[in-house]
Design a protein. Sequence first.
Length: 423
Amino acid sequence: MVVAVGTGSKCLGRNQLSMDGSKINDSHAEVLTRRAFLRYLYHQLDLAKSSKKSIFSYNLEMHRYQLRDNITFHFFISHTPCGDASIFPKDVKFSRPKESISNSDDSVGIKRTINEVEDETIVYQYNNLSQRTSDTRYDSMEKRLCMESGESIADSSLKEFNPRQSLSQYQASLSDQVLKWSGKYRDVYRTGAKCVSQTTQDPHLPGVNYHVLGAVRTKPGRGDPTLSTSCSDKIARWNVLGLQGALLSHFVYPVYLSSIIIANCSYDKTALKRAVYDRILNIDDLPPGYKVNEPLLIHTSSTFEDSKAAVTKRYNDECSQRLSICSSGIIWTYDNVCQQQVIVDGRRQGFSKKNVTSPKARIVESISKNNLPITLRDQELITYNNYKVAAVDYRRARAKFFERFPHWPHKPEATEAFICDSI
C-alpha cells in the first residue's frame, strides 16, 4: 500500500530561511515525500500508544517502539535523484530490466512536476513511499531481478575502488573512472546541484569532464544560494540515520528503506549505488539500532505517465508555449487525519501571514509531553534544537556521518532556536 507521496521542485535560498520553524526549506519531491512519511510514522505511533493496530510494537527491554518483523518500506522515484546519482555517461546503451514492476491500484498517487536539472531542462517526476508486508512472491521477484541482471546489489564496476578512505581520497579514485569514460563517451548527464565549498569543485570542462564524482552538493537557487543538500546526499544520509529523524528517534528505532525503485528513465545503477551507498561504507561504530543500510536498487521498465518525455509530448501536441514549473508542492499521507496539504514558499497553503507562526500552520505534527521517553526525562527542553540534541543515540550516529562528510553544509543554529512546547 502507498503511505506517503510528495511533489515539488522548489528550495528556499539561505536568505529566506525561517527563524521560527514556520517554513520548509527544501520542497523537492523526495524530501516532501519523506516529510509526508514522518506524518505517517507519527500516526502509527499514536495508534501503537493507544493499543490499536499499528506497524510498531513496543520493546519492553529498550523502552522504545520498533517496526514489526513483516513491515518494509520501498521508495519509488520517477527519475534519478538530483546530485551525484544523476552523473553518468550519456551514450551508454541501457538494457531494459528483465522484469518490470507492474502498476496496481495501490500505486495510484498524486501527479506532480519537479525541476530536476538534467541538461538544464525540466523533468516530470513522481515520488511515493510505500509500505509492503512480507510477501513471498515479491521477495522472490527481488532476487530474480538481481540474478537475471547477472549481478547482486553488491556487485559494481567500482569494486576496484576502496571507499574506506577519506572522502577526498575516494573522490580522487573515482576520477580514474572519468578517465575511462573519456575514451568511450562524448558526454555525461549533468546536475544543477553545486559542489559544497572547501571541496573539489566541478571543472566544467567539455564532455565527460564536466563534473567530479562522489561530491556532496547543494541544490541550485535563483540568485540566492541554498544550504539544502541534493536528494542523492539526503538519501545517503537516510541510509545511515534512518528516515525517522531526530525527534521520532526518542520513541522508535531507526526506520530504513528496503528498496529504491527508479521508473523507466535515464539511469545508471553504478551511479545510484555510488551516491546512496558506496560513499557511506566506511561509517562504523554506530549506536545500537543504527547501521549503514544497503537498499535494493531496482530499475523498472514501467513508464510513469507524467514523466518528462510523456508530458512534454502531450503538451507540445496541444500547445506551442513553453512549459512552466509549478511553484507549489503537495504532500499526501495515509494517516486518516489531514491526508493532503499544499506547500507554497515553504508554508502550508491557506494560512495568512498573521497566523503562520501558530502550531496549526506547521507541517510537522506535535506529540504531547505526557509519557515522555527516557531521553526526554529530567531535562529542561525549551527550543526545537533542545529536543533534537536530547536524542543522544541519533546525535552520535549523526556525528559519525559528518566525520565522513566534514564539509556538509549546516543551517544557522538560529533556525532551530524557536520555542517548542512539545514535539
